[in-house]
Design a binder for this molecule. Sequence first.
Ligand code: TRP
Length: 428
Amino acid sequence: MTSQRILTGITPSGTPHLGNYAGAIRPAVEASQRPGVESFYFLSDYHALIKTDNPERVQRSTLEIAATWLAAGLRPERVWFYRQSDIPEIPELAWLLACVTGKGLLNRAHAYKAILDKNEASGEEPDAGVSMGLFMYPVLMAADILMFNAHKVPVGRDQVQHLEMARDIAASFNHRYGGDHFVLPEAAVDESVATLPGLDGRKMSKSYDNTIPLFAPAATLKKLVLGIVTDSKAPGEPKETEGCALFQIFQAFATPEETEAMRTRFAGGIAWGEAKEALFSKLESVIAPMRARYEELIDEPARIEQVLKSGAAALRAKYATPFIARLRKAVGLRPLDHIPIVPPGERIKAKTTQPQFKQYRESDGLFYFKLISSDGRTLMQSRGFTSPLDVGQTIADIKKGKDYKPWVERASIISDADIRQAIDAMNN
Ligand code: TRP
């Protein structure tokens, strides 16, 4: 049995904070130590270009994040640890995938739609501030994943749609070029991992400017912890643990027993100052050894460069280079020394026709439609309509992106991905 391949990307566009550690880094390092998995962790620096236009920041953040993962216990000799931009096969694959991706699919991306809505609300041009990089983001992400045929992709909720798109894109490619080139990847959203609150009690996030950097010097860490927002209960008054940022951060770093002991102290009216001291010393005890390793690593950027470069080189040799060669061949980017002979005057016939909706009437007197794929398969079949006008209107609505499911016999749906792809193809 082949092992499960788990892959995830970390975009180097900022400084890692406690939330990143508890929510992503720590669970990933733990997962990478389980037997029977082949793990891929990479710095998605091409993605970073979409989020920032500051070159120094990209470089600095790449160094910091690589050092963080290594300091947190990732073992580059046991997992694939690399930088996206060291694997030129990834952007090459992104182009091959772009050619089987309907623009309509990308139009539906939540992140993109959110910008459209914002622009509309403020009276801007719909696409103001949208680069092609941002628009194509899901395609590049699909390439990251499909390049290594990952089975599972641990991501946050906000990335689940991108995984659905990666599956759609993989299915289109497999379908168009015949064969099972790509594994259809699945999102793994771990509900049990903590999303940490930040200094102000909202989710800890760069965008709220409420983060606690993971490797801030001890004095800074202490100052930040003392600044965590609490209610105004006096010492001696019992304190709520529910919804208390201080308590939640403590819990994410403490053992269950320590957490229970703290809960008791809250009920017993611990002073906020004392609770903050306790949180600081808990954090410091977990972080200090990692921070020491981190500082050593940061001082030797050439060593980190070496780790990343050799990860990428080995990975290209084992997977990326042979795989892209196979894909190039599949799509027709082939050497010219072996070419099927076409008799003079005969043109190579176009293989595919457009997918299409067909309307028809059954012997029950009702009107129906079905969707035929470009290779002649029936992808779905409608319920009976009494009026042919309703059939026409429904088809028009579906083409415009309305949900088709209410009009279609459930059992007739061959594949949601194929249907959406066919509809996108018709609209292009
Ligand atoms: N888009 C992800 C994020 O912003 C990062 C990422 C890039 C990624 N490529 C990926 C995650 C591939 C998983 C798989 O968090």
